[in-house]
Design a protein around this ligand. Structure first.
Ligand code: IVH
Length: 658
């Protein structure tokens, strides 16, 4: 009774998704969909024994894995050679005609995402993998299940591998970046990076929140289904329940037809809801494909034509100078906002004085902006023929735009030499808390700026005094007691960080993440590091003269030494911990499963703490699970743990054991 209702609901919801995503023709309202969904969810919660692997409720994610397993592709996952112009299309066609006198091609938009392989057994999605190096990829099944346009159950119960592009729509990309901006996190450069970053999340809830999509375009073993052409493959995929690009995919017989189709795609490009970066040409007949075969690297029967990088014209409004944490001054071109390759841009770096002079940029100039692939926007050139009269040549500033100190020039760059320049300070504070440095979660750039301006944060040590201002901070707009508590807790936790993080965080010029690790490994303690000499430093592999000199300058400065001493007194760890784990019997050699939302940390952080103590985190509850850690609103894993009699900890238990 219950089971058959669950089955029925799954059938209704899957059909509705198919009509929505594939046929683009919804037959039920959003409200009806939500009602069915909620009914299914509540039945599955009450009767987890009837929950199905292919249930659409799995799409919300929730499973957290500890790492991506490697998987070997049954057939290598190749890609095509790239070409960039009409001559190369003609040459490709001529080459094909040597073997196939009258070829037919499919012309398909080249989706700009990352390719994925999906394996179905008896119609059920059992594994999804990234391309990796083409031979082995990574198992991303849990995350792919959250993609709504990926069918969890096909319309035929067959075994099949399907390949296609995992991508992020333009709308989801804008949304993801808006959220990142709010949190002060670095923005994704483009939808492809955003898709790649989202699919490689250990916590599938994050992937689910990013709203990825999937477009199917390839069946590695078409002959097994009686398919004779690529067009039939695409048709077959659509019938199975996949989204294909059926409105755009075209068949062409001549170079003329191919080019006309490319022009058509290029014309439509900016109106498409997703990014395309070119066109994929494939010989349509599979028998012909077989005759053409492969080179040592790529199939001979297809090619990827890439659109030229887009250049857009705009007007240069302002040259704004920013001050980095080392005091480096960067001129930035601020121009009227323009859409370039999928995002709205209004700013591009002009690097330094020489660059500005070379390009001869002047206020009011018409400039062309380019953004090719994942490259950050750049000013290509000034349209000199459109320059107005009375423009003024670029002049480098002589004083710091923030503190007015006279700038000094070193190599190609100008620097503000004032150690107390507020701009430098804010940048260095932002760097201190960043992910690869002290990783103090909860601090966006804005919060740091606000705290700085309100006088709470002036130096690194001030982070550790914030707890004394708890009451006042709670009064601030946008802060509740929960977020302040979380923030203070991450600050406290950061005291335990290993020396390499601290060495990176304190912002010694030229000491990046890697160098900090080398130094920490070599010296093991801050004390030993502070006693180093120039000669000793240059003798270390990968430490050059410039880095060595910068370190010596740093440790000879009394102010810096005083700051480190204060951090030590505040209880910051000053030793290198390397990969050493903390001994804790409650975790050592135990297998954990996490479910529900934790209040004090993310699941990634909780997993890290468990691993540091010698435990393992897996995705599903089995008889081998030792502990299930249950947060708020746990899923069916909690029920399963109870049924199997497995130890259950709530968050408080967990924190105590930590
Ligand atoms: S077919 C043997 N079709 O572009 C190659 N690829 O080199 C099978 N791509 O890495 C791929 N849209 O990720 C194919 N309609 C499409 C595509 C497409 C995008 C990507 C794919 C591959 C590269 C082509």
């Amino acid at each position: 009774m219950i089971e058959s209702r669950i089955n029925e609901l799954i059938q209704i919801i899957n059909q509705a998704s198919y009509e929505y995503y594939v046929l683009d023709n919804p037959t039920i309202t959003d409200q009806e969909y939500d009602d069915y969904y909620k009914e299914l969810l509540s039945l599955e919660e009450k009767y987890p024994e009837f929950k199905r692997e292919d249930s659409p409720t799995n799409r919300v994610g929730g499973e957290v894995i500890d790492k991506f397993e490697k998987v070997t592709h049954e057939k290598p996952m190749l890609s095509f050679d790239d070409i960039f112009n009409e001559e190369e299309i003609i040459a490709f066609d001529e080459r094909i005609r040597k073997t196939i006198p009258n070829p037919t091609y499919t012309v398909e938009p080249k989706m700009d995402g990352l390719s994925g392989s999906l394996i179905y057994k008896k119609g059920i999605l059992v594994r999804a993998a990234t391309r990796g190096d083409g031979i082995t990829g990574e198992d991303i099944t849990t995350n792919v299940k959250t993609i709504k346009s990926v069918p969890l159950h096909l319309k035929q119960d067959i075994d099949i591998e399907v390949r296609g592009e995992i991508y992020m729509s333009k709308v989801s990309f804008e949304k993801a970046n808006m959220e990142r901006e709010k949190k002060g996190e670095p923005l994704f450069a483009n939808p492809r990076n955003a898709a790649a970053g989202s699919i490689r999340q250990l916590d599938s809830k994050i992937t689910a929140s990013r709203n990825l999509d999937f477009m199917a375009y390839f069946i590695p073993n078409p002959e097994e289904y009686g398919i004779k052409t690529q067009s039939e493959s695409l048709e077959f995929l659509r019938k199975l329940g996949f989204v294909t690009n059926h409105k755009l995919n075209t068949v062409a017989h001549t170079v003329g037809e191919i080019i006309a189709t490319i022009d058509d795609f290029a014309y439509q490009r900016s109106d498409l809801p997703y990014e395309i970066d070119g066109v994929v040409l494939k010989v349509n007949s599979l028998a012909d494909e077989e005759k053409l075969g492969f080179t040592s690297r790529v199939p001979r029967w297809g090619i990827a034509y890439k659109f030229p990088a887009v250049e857009v014209l705009t007007t240069l409004r302002e040259i704004k100078f920013t001050v980095g944490r080392t005091g480096k001054i960067t001129p930035n071109a601020i121009f009227s906002p323009v859409h370039v390759a999928g995002s709205l841009v209004s700013k591009a770096t002009l690097h330094n004085e020489d660059y500005c002079n070379e390009k001869d940029v002047r206020l009011g100039d018409i400039i062309s902006i380019r953004k090719a692939g994942d490259v950050i926007p750049e000013v290509v050139e000034v349209k000199l023929e459109r320059r107005k009269e009375d423009t003024v040549p670029f002049h480098m500033i002589t004083d710091c735009p923030i503190c007015d100190t006279t700038l000094i020039k070193k190599d190609a760059h100008h620097y503000c030499p004032n150690d107390h320049c507020p701009a430098r300070h804010i940048e260095s504070l932002i760097h201190f808390v960043s992910r690869d440095a002290m990783y103090i979660d909860g601090f966006g750039e804005r919060i740091i700026e606000d705290f700085y301006n309100m006088g709470y944060l002036k130096s690194f040590t001030d982070f550790y005094f914030l707890k004394n201002h708890k009451e006042e901070l709670m009064e601030l707009e946008g802060f509740g007691s929960k977020s302040i508590n979380n923030l203070l807790e991450s600050i406290e936790n950061s005291k335990k960080n290993s020396l390499d993080r601290l060495l990176f965080a304190i912002g010694i010029r030229y000491v990046g993440k890697k160098t900090a690790k080398i130094l920490a490994e070599y010296y093991q303690t801050m004390e030993a590091f502070l006693k180093t000499t120039y000669e000793e430093l240059v003798a270390i592999d990968n430490i050059g003269e410039m880095i060595a000199q910068s370190i010596i300058d740093y440790i000879q400065d009394e102010k810096n030494l005083k700051q480190i001493e204060e951090l030590k007194e505040l209880g910051l760890n000053m030793d290198y911990q390397g990969t050493k784990t903390i001994v804790n019997d409650a975790f050592q050699n135990k297998t954990f499963v996490l479910t529900g939302t934790l209040e004090h940390m993310t699941r990634d952080e909780a997993s890290l703490e468990i691993e540091k103590r010698g435990g393992k985190v897996t995705g599903s509850v089995t008889s081998k699970t030792n502990v299930v850690l249950v947060g708020k609103d746990p899923g069916s894993k909690y029920e399963k743990a109870k049924t199997l009699g497995i130890t259950v900890w709530d968050e408080r238990d967990f924190l105590e054991k930590l």
